[in-house]
Structure formats: C-alpha cells, structure tokens
Write a new protein. Structure first.
Length: 135
C-alpha cells in the first residue's frame, strides 16, 4: 500500500495540493521532493529556466532528472491546516507518476511512519494514540 500524505507545494507564488509518496529509500542530503513533469507544468516551471541535468538511481535503473533552480516550499496537511513549512530542493522526473518525498523531507515535515504496508503514519507532534491513514 505505502504511505501517502497530502502536501502543499509552492513555487513562484503558485501553490498546488499534492498526494505524495513517503519513500525512506529516496536518500538525499537535504529535503528534496521529486515531482512528475505534469506537476511542474501545472506550477509553470516546465520547461525549467535553470536546471542541472543529473542521473538518478531508481528502482527501474538510471533515469535523467532535472534539478530545478527555484525557491520552493512544502507544507504537510494536518487536520485542515498546513504545518512544517520547509524549503525543498525540487527534482523533476518525467518518469514519475506521483510526487515522492525524500528521507530528509520526511524528517523535516515531522512524518513518523508506523506501517508502510498498512499505510499508517503520524506526525511527531501527535498524541501517542493518534494513528493516521494514508491519503
């Protein structure tokens, strides 16, 4: 099943609500969000003005990705409110079907996974008994 959460992504004063996959195997050195080309188009950042073309290791092998030079912020939706506004490095991956949250962004957003298989998680500020279901 996997854990998916709702986040708000804002770039260039444009914001969109996304359902993103929490992926602890997406290991980065800073908070990073990988988005499909369709999301980049919706935000008006495709094609990107400034980017670095890199190759990323994915489950399907090496894939070309665009590391975009844009100020971007992501927030986690909790109880109809957005929390943990975090600056993120944006990566456009034309081969993705859904946004993917990196390990450092998982931590920065305060996401604590209880069960990947059952899609259960909580926020680090939640009371002990609170368990949230995947979005």
């Amino acid at each position: 099943m996997g854990v998916r959460v709702k986040i708000r992504l804002c770039v260039r004063n444009q914001c969109t609500i996304l359902r993103a996959l929490v992926n602890s195997g997406y290991e980065t050195e800073e908070p990073e969000l990988a988005i499909p080309q369709s999301v980049a188009e919706k935000l008006g950042i495709w094609p990107p003005r400034k980017f670095v073309l890199e190759e990323a290791y994915t489950a399907g092998g090496l894939a070309p990705v665009y590391v975009v030079d844009e100020d971007a912020e992501a927030s986690l939706l909790l109880n109809n409110d957005y929390v943990e506004n975090v600056r993120v490095k944006l990566v456009i991956n034309p081969y993705l079907d859904e946004p993917i949250i990196s390990d450092h962004l998982i931590d920065a957003l305060g996401i604590v996974v209880i069960s990947f298989g059952k899609g259960l998680w909580k926020h680090r500020g939640d009371p002990e008994k609170i368990v949230r279901k995947s979005a």
